[in-house]
Ligand binder design. Structure first.
Ligand code: SF4
Ligand code: SF4
Length: 149
């Protein structure tokens, strides 16, 4: 008797599975053919921090004040800048973060006096060593600028 019961249960399970498959077949796709296609992340998504490019200047607005570096609870930001002239403001020349230890708390973005930081929309970063998580934001900014020229 249990033998026939198992056959009936198995058949019913098959019908249930097919019912779900057929129902899904006619619904809009919610997946994409990654990596050939990419999705647009929501505005609330937080990737690693990124330097903004301002339209007026065509570059970032980081004055290397070090506020983000001091505020970061994980101590993962390293920023350096130069003064091109004695009385001119500093301009950042190096900006590196170790994203492997970033908690995405957002303190750096919120406290930046020149609002030059934002969150990237990167969602598929990969690396083979932990050093691959160390990101040079200046180099990324230059790549982005080169693409827009
Ligand atoms: S989001 Fe937080 S942890 Fe990450 S770099 Fe900014 S201040 Fe540091
Ligand atoms: S707080 Fe803003 S302006 Fe100051 S070093 Fe950080 S990113 Fe640059």
């Amino acid at each position: 008797m249990s033998y026939f019961r198992e056959i009936i249960d198995g058949g019913w399970s098959l019908v249930e599975g097919m019912r779900v498959t057929v129902r899904r077949l006619f619904q809009p796709l919610v997946t994409v053919q990654y990596p050939r296609k990419h999705i647009r992340m929501s505005s609330a998504y937080r990737g690693h921090i990124e330097l903004k490019v301002f339209k007026e200047t065509g570059t970032h607005n980081c004055i290397a004040c070090g506020t983000c570096e001091r505020m970061c609870p994980s101590g993962v930001i390293k920023v350096q800048g130069v003064k091109e002239q004695a009385k001119s403001p500093k301009v950042a020349t190096h900006y590196v973060i170790d994203f492997t230890r970033c908690s995405l708390c957002g303190l750096c973005v919120e406290t930046c006096p020149t609002q030059t930081l934002e969150y990237s929309k990167e969602y598929d970063l990969v690396g083979e060593t932990r050093w691959d998580g160390v990101i040079d934001l200046m180099a990324r900014l230059e790549t982005r600028r080169a693409k827009t020229v």
